[in-house]
Write a protein that binds this ligand. Structure first.
Ligand code: SF4
Ligand code: SF4
Length: 440
């Protein structure tokens, strides 16, 4: 079987992003493979630990992609602190055609477009995919998963993640996909106070609020954070988009700080949050091209959390536009020849500063690796990747073994799913498959 097919058959998605099926990124025309180990969100150390424990597997995955796509070189990109922990210097040759590249400790270095520029000096044209700049980007864990499938025939059933925040001891753990967050917390003695705390799936800047009693680990869960409600990271999650739009036009003093500090604007992208804020209610009619540029925003939150001195959220205003554009299947069209601003280098945000602005710096500690844990019940969501949901190929009451296929990929962009544990199946059509371990 060809690697592209192997990646599809294994059900591999980008391990920390929106869940784009990884096989679909493998295209002709790349001359450099960039591996994203930047992990720029504060408190997350999943890739940091994975690289410490499984570097040979990650390199094997990278080599498989290089060989298949005939790409001459790969850059394994990590922050300086990760390189230090691996005792590796910038430009170290890790294997044939694979070089270690160290990145400055700034936010948001893990953003694909910023990473590509930092690692290769190339700017992906606004509205285009990395492949148009000759680059394919994969996450560190994705490469580990590729090696697990191509070397050991193991489909994707396990997830590495960090559990951190206001808890006594942060951990990195490897668990079955579909594990209940509540059970994971209980097993690891993590207690969430009844009031005043929020749990996020993901980092403090881009993570989503979840209900820990109902949520499960998915293929894209990179971390779980328990954070107090009064920290900026949590406050920003509850900003009301409609209210922000209403407030924006009256309170904005047009200082332009949001645009001056926007990482995408600093790369030359025609994204000007201060203008969107100024014309929040009627921008769609007065400047349609500017509204289309909302799709160029990576959602980093710099404009909202750090730049604005008036408590306005340009990000929330932009999100309103994004939702509208998404509903109407509209994408950016406009200027594509861009070049980074000379001041970019001086305006990047040190990671420590970013963690402090979010109110999470005091929780930052390298986690303990607690290894692999097994659980007696999993809930596999049929929609945990971009594209069509998987289609169950097992029926209620059936017994499956760990690694058995339980759902097929649908037509078009889609992925299959596999049993992370052995047990008895219950199918909730269109939604999920539950597997309960049966005691012998
Ligand atoms: S969230 Fe704000 S700062 Fe970040 S890319 Fe979007 S507009 Fe720019
Ligand atoms: S930083 Fe705030 S006040 Fe300044 S232009 Fe942007 S939204 Fe307006």
């Amino acid at each position: 079987m060809e690697l592209k097919e192997i990646m599809k058959e294994a059900g591999i998605v980008g391990a920390g992003g929106a869940g784009f099926p990884s096989y679909a990124k493998l295209a002709d025309g790349a001359d450099v493979l960039v591996i994203n180990g930047a992990e720029c969100e504060p408190l997350l150390y999943t890739d940091y630990i994975l690289l410490q424990k499984e570097l040979p597997m990650v390199l094997a995955g990278i080599k498989a992609v290089l060989d298949y796509a005939k790409i001459p070189r790969a850059l394994l990109c990590v922050k300086e602190h990760t390189a230090k922990c691996l005792r590796l210097a910038d430009d170290t040759k890790l294997a044939e055609r694979i070089i270690l590249k160290t990145l400055p400790d700034v936010y948001p270095m893990g953003d694909e477009i910023s990473l590509i520029y930092q690692a290769t000096g190339r700017v992906v044209k606004p509205g285009n995919l990395p492949i148009t700049a000759g680059v394919i980007v994969y996450n560190v864990e994705t490469m580990y998963n590729v090696a697990a499938m191509s070397k050991k025939s193991e489909p994707l059933t396990m997830k590495w993640l960090t559990v951190a925040g206001d808890i006594p001891e942060p951990i990195v753990v490897k668990v079955p996909i579909g594990t209940s967050v509540a059970e994971l917390f209980e097993r690891n003695s993590i207690i969430i106070p009844e009031e005043g705390y929020t749990v996020l799936d993901g980092g403090p800047s881009m993570g989503k609020v979840i209900d820990p009693e109902r949520a499960v680990i998915t293929k894209t869960t990179k971390g779980l954070l328990v954070l107090p409600n009064d920290c900026e990271a949590v406050i920003s999650k509850f900003i009301d988009g409609e209210k922000s739009v209403a407030r924006a036009e009256t309170a904005c003093c047009q200082c332009t700080r949001c645009t001056d500090m926007c990482p995408r604007a600093l790369l030359g992208y025609p994204l000007e949050p201060h203008k969107m804020v100024r014309t929040a209610k009627q921008a769609a009619t007065v400047m349609p091209e500017m509204v289309l540029s909302a799709t160029l925003c990576c959602g980093c939150g710099v404009c909202e959390t750090l730049a604005c001195c008036q408590g306005i959220s340009p990000k929330a205003v932009i999100n309103e536009y994004k939702a509208l554009l998404g509903k109407n299947k509209m994408r950016y069209v406009g200027k594509t020849e861009v070049s980074p601003a000379v001041e970019r280098e001086y305006r990047m945000i040190p990671s420590e500063r970013w963690a402090s602005v979010l109110g999470v710096a005091k929780f930052d500690k390298v986690p303990k690796f607690v290894g692999e844990q097994s659980y007696s019940r999993v809930e596999i969501l049929l929609r945990q990747h971009i594209g069509a949901p998987s289609v169950p190929c097992v029926s209620d009451g059936e017994f499956v073994q760990k690694g058995d296929k339980i759902a097929e990929a649908a037509e078009g962009l889609s992925l299959p799913q596999y049993a992370p544990i052995s047990g008895k199946v219950t199918v909730f059509d269109g939604e999920k498959i539950v597997i309960d371990k049966v005691n012998e």
